[in-house]
Ligand binder design. Structure first.
Ligand code: 3PG
Ligand code: MG
Length: 418
């Protein structure tokens, strides 16, 4: 059933408790935490602008990182408040806590259209535990609840689920923000009856991470293109040698079952025909995380067996060209997961070729291209192509679970449209 959205609400003078996903990547620069990717903040601006126009008092709640109940200074939302101020061109007040007197006092002084950002909700363990007492404390300043945090909607936490239920129980509204609405539209409704051919590109490290998505999309897609380290488990399942490549021997059966289902459903299910491999040589050094550092030597393309001392890092040029040709004739494209280790330029060509084909299909063929979040979004942005597709999800885990067909707790808790 369709959910109520911010557009349906009359919020003038009301305190709108809005959950956002401001879990943005940060890095330390001269002793300060600096945001390295603003996307998740930028994507909430339309909802914020609408609520400002409607005269709401906006109280923003979010998590950052996984501080596990501790006040980790590096995970404060303060830098996010400064960035939001800069992007919105309006002042954004900051509360050093997410519950209690600090918040209630600040909320009491708000005027219509004001914005108050609360400190990291995960400074309390009760957030992830979805503790009802904690949720009540958060809900103290909530006349209306809005969820624009699609990226955190797979979590049944106090600020993503508990508060929504409390507000609804009081007879108030719990509504989707505009970003949440867009995410549900593109990852949900748009893929229900896709224009055909519907081509799905799935990559990433593990078959076990993607099997539910593969299974569900085998019901809908015309073609599924497989890449990334996941492909090596398929190789293994066919008795091909995989050397030192990342594989999941326990999931060869899963891989074969997917191929069998593809045949039954007449889905064109494609695996890479060539692979870029390298021979890792231990340098004897350790990285920052204490893991051994390897030099990747003798980079080459092979078909078939991967030698015992070598490891696969990407699809090869032949596979990339074949996939690109298929993608270019698609009318609907869903892409989740890179084709290889795109972070390293030596292994980025396959992923970049797929990215370019997705863009070409969108720009020249009028295809709808939907990028399922996480690393594929990073890869597109890295290639400078982020703005040339139809939709890029702000969710990682959330988009995957949603594509699997799961009901997201943060969505389920919202009020139904009457
Ligand atoms: C994310 O970045 O994936 C979301 O913000 C959820 O964060 P989490 O995985 O720490 O719950
Ligand atoms: Mg996550």
């Amino acid at each position: 059933m369709a959910k109520l959205t911010v557009r349906d609400l009359d919020v003038r003078g009301k305190r709108v408790f809005m959950r956002v996903d401001y879990n943005v990547p940060l890095e330390e620069r001269d002793g300060q935490m600096a945001i390295t990717d603003n996307t998740r903040i930028v994507e909430t601006l339309p909802t914020l602008k609408l609520l400002i126009d409607k005269g709401a008092k906006i109280i923003l709640a979010a998590h950052l990182g996984r501080p596990k109940g501790k006040r980790e200074a590096t995970m404060s939302l303060r830098p996010v408040g400064l960035k939001l101020h800069e992007l919105l061109g309006r002042s954004v007040a900051f509360a050093t806590d997410c519950i209690g007197e600090v918040v209630e006092k600040a909320a009491a002084h708000m005027k219509d259209g004001d914005i108050l950002l609360l400190e990291n909700v995960r400074y309390y363990n009760e957030e992830e535990a979805n503790d009802p007492v904690f949720a009540e404390k958060l809900a103290k300043v909530a006349d209306v609840y809005v969820n624009d945090a699609f990226g955190a909607a797979h979590r049944a936490h106090a600020s993503t689920e508990g508060v929504a239920r409390i507000v609804a129980k009081r007879g108030g509204f719990a509504a989707a923000g505009l970003l949440m609405e867009r995410e549900l539209k593109f990852l949900g409704d748009e893929l229900e009856n896709p224009a055909r051919p519907f081509v799905v590109i799935l990559g990433g490290a593990k078959v076990s991470d993607k099997i539910k998505v593969i299974d569900r999309l085998l019901e809908k897609a015309d073609t599924i293109l497989i890449g990334g380290a996941m492909a090596y488990t398929f190789k293994l399942a066919h008795g091909v040698k995989t050397g030192k490549s990342l594989v999941e021997p326990d999931h060869t059966g899963t891989a074969l079952a997917a191929e069998k289902k593809a045949i039954e459903r007449k889905v064109n299910f494609q695996l890479p025909t060539d692979t870029i491999i390298a021979t890792p040589v231990d340098t004897g050094k350790l990285n920052k995380k204490g893991k051994p550092v390897y030099d990747l030597t003798n980079i080459r393309t092979i078909r078939g067996d991967i030698p015992d001392d070598a490891e696969g890092f990407s699809i090869g040029a032949e596979t990339a060209a074949n996939y690109a040709r298929i993608i270019q004739s698609a009318k609907t494209i869903l892409w989740n997961g890179p084709m290889g280790m795109f972070e390293d330029p030596r292994f980025a060509a396959g992923t970049n070729a797929v990215a370019q084909a997705v863009v070409d299909a969108t720009q020249k063929n009028g295809a709808k291209s939907i990028i399922g979040g996480g690393d594929s979004v990073k890869a597109l942005n890295k290639a400078g192509l982020g703005d040339k597709v139809t939709f890029m999800s702000t969710g990682g885990g959330a988009s995957l679970e949603f594509l699997e067909g799961a009901v997201l707790p943060g969505v389920a808790a919202l009020s139904d449209k009457k």
